[in-house]
Design a protein around this ligand. Structure first.
Ligand code: N01
Length: 533
């Protein structure tokens, strides 16, 4: 008999809820977490300025109406320490700690066909068996440091934002180089600039960013909002992106120019990326429509940045707005008006090497005391690829995914029976409100296991045909949008040599949920369920 009903890998938003949900269904469960605390992405990304770009009322669990009512967020967009406090509170409140094993990295997971169970091995050298294995490993948890020649010779400290030192890093009085200007770089830069003698921002691709208009949450509006929280959550579940967004319902290209500008301005003033991207029905589908919002944002950059040459360099031109994650910051562009900040274009003159004293580009040398890499992640597949996962006949997952990741509904892999992925490739995942998607997946997986147990099945395995058809559908939907036009981590373009595959399902969390529910209602269509031998 297996040690556990379910082994869960990871204890971020997904793993924490998985422990609660599976346990509540009467299953024995243990989550293995590499970090010394829970939180996943919110544990590791403790760099200064780390903040969620989804509002706190959305970036929170909906499974417990009591939790939802009792917890009050202090800010519209929660900062990393507050999200971490929230997740620790959830673990306390639901008594999850006995079933979460911290500081334990899962190194391997192997399917034992004869016994019909997974053997999960951890870095303490211990192996446990489990009937089911649930990968709650996160989409953005394998950080990526570029292989610049000479990095090991650098005399000062260097940090990747995704592995930030828990004791913090003090840049007071230092010359700091920051590589990377995605969501993370844009958040950390103003914090470093506020204390450093000088900050050099090494930019390869300019990024669109919109204001947060972050503000404290006042108690009265919090009370009023919470009175309708259940209905709001339902709308979120049925929505496109897992956040209810009020659009105009009209295409931008049919809008009179003055009205278009008025709408963009209003939404820019209110803050947040989703209200802008959701303003018109064609913004993510038609390049000409998208150009209208791109031009609007470039104008705001020019308006904010005093030096016209710097402003031009900060203006993105090479991809549609939203096709890379739309960044959010209240102070990134204005930061370039500080005398102690220099923008360095490493598109025209790439980084050549790191020396003991600084960083060399094709055009010059920058003397530095510290280096910060906000260079992103091996997204979607990286965390799984770093575990030796072997399915039926010992086939490694990395081999199966050599031509790109595939998973039926983004939740199960053909050839890997009784293994489930939370927000895996082929599900809405990173192009949705992650917490909405996590809850939906965890509940669907729980129900599937309960169904199998209740009907005398010991094995649940996605079929090749179902997985293939789903993969084709995901790609077809993606290519009806503008998303594939960017060299983004959404397609794996940020990792040298990675196969380029668009791996998020873009038809919306509402219709995706319907599809998953229909699969379940049809007795898990697309899966083979095998009886207990
Ligand atoms: O990573 P990224 P991130 N030389 O991959 C540059 C979520 N998130 O950590 O664009 C020079 O987006 C790279 O340049 P380029 C969110 O979903 C959320 O910022 O490839 N530069 C790019 O500028 C987000 O999308 C929040 O040309 C190099 C940057 O590094 C995701 O995490 C906050 C380079 C990497 O950008 C990832 O964001 C933070 C090289 N060799 C993150 N290699 C919020 O909730 C890479 N770059 C707000």
């Amino acid at each position: 008999m297996a040690d556990l009903d379910v082994a869960v890998v990871g204890a971020g938003f997904a793993g924490i809820y998985a422990v609660h949900a599976f346990r509540s269904a009467g299953l024995t469960v243990r989550a293995f977490e590499a970090g010394s605390g829970v939180g996943g992405t919110w544990f590791w990304n403790c760099y200064p300025g780390a903040r969620c770009d989804v509002e706190s009322k959305d970036h929170s669990y909906s499974f417990s109406p009591e939790l939802e009512q009792d917890w009050s967020w202090s800010e519209r967009y929660p900062a990393q320490p507050e999200v971490l406090r929230y997740l620790n509170h959830v673990a306390d409140r639901f008594g999850l700690w006995p079933d979460i094993q911290l500081s334990t990295r899962v190194t391997a997971a192997a399917w034992d066909a004869a016994r019909g169970e997974w053997t999960v091995t951890t870095d303490d050298g211990v192996s446990r068996t489990a009937r089911f294995c649930v990968m709650a490993t996160g989409c953005l948890s394998a950080h990526q440091v570029p292989s610049f020649p000479g990095l090991s010779s650098f005399r000062g400290p260097w940090h990747h934002t995704g592995q930030w030192p828990r004791e913090g890093a003090d840049f007071t009085g230092q010359r700091v180089g920051l590589v990377g200007t995605g969501s993370t770089g844009i958040q950390v830069a103003p914090e470093i600039a506020a204390v450093a003698t000088h900050l050099y921002v090494f930019q390869r691709t300019a990024n669109f960013a919109v204001p947060n208009r972050n503000a404290p949450v006042d108690q009265e509006s919090d009370r009023n909002f919470k009175a309708g929280y259940r209905e709001y959550r339902q709308r979120a579940r049925e929505s496109l992106l897992g956040v209810p967004v009020e659009g105009t319902g009209r295409p931008a290209l049919a809008e009179p120019p003055a009205e278009l500008q008025r709408t963009y301005r209003e939404r820019w003033q209110a803050g947040g990326g989703l209200p802008l991207l959701g303003a018109y029905t064609d913004l993510l589908f038609d390049r000409a429509a998208n150009d209208t919002i791109a031009a609007f944002i470039r104008d705001r950059i020019r308006e904010t940045v005093a030096d016209p040459a710097v402003a031009e360099l900060l203006c993105p031109w090479t991809y549609p707005v939203g096709a890379k994650r739309l960044c959010q910051s209240d102070d990134y562009f204005a930061m370039f008006n500080r005398p102690n900040v220099t923008l360095v274009d490493v598109r025209s003159a790439p980084i050549v090497s790191v020396t003991p004293d600084g960083l060399r580009t094709a055009a010059g040398f920058y003397e530095l005391d510290a280096l910060v890499f906000a260079t992103g992640f091996d997204a979607m597949t990286g965390a799984l690829a770093r575990i030796d996962i072997r399915g039926a006949d010992g086939v490694p997952l990395t081999e199966k995914w050599a031509a790109g990741p595939r998973a039926y509904l983004g939740v199960a892999n053909a050839g890997f029976p009784n293994m489930f992925l939370v927000t895996g490739p082929g599900s809405p995942s990173v192009l949705s409100n992650m917490v909405v998607s996590i809850e939906q997946h965890v509940e669907w997986i729980r129900d599937c296991i309960v169904y199998a147990d209740g009907h005398g099945y010991s094995q649940v395995a996605a079929t090749d045909e179902a997985e293939k058809a789903w993969g084709e559908h995901v790609i077809e939907v993606a290519y009806s949008t503008l998303f594939p036009l960017a060299d983004s981590w959404y397609v794996g373009a940020n990792i040298p040599g990675k196969v380029r595959v668009f791996s998020s399902y873009l038809a919306g969390v509402g219709s995706y949920r319907e599809r998953c529910d229909a699969v379940a209602a049809a007795g898990y269509e697309g899966f083979t369920l095998s009886p207990v031998r």
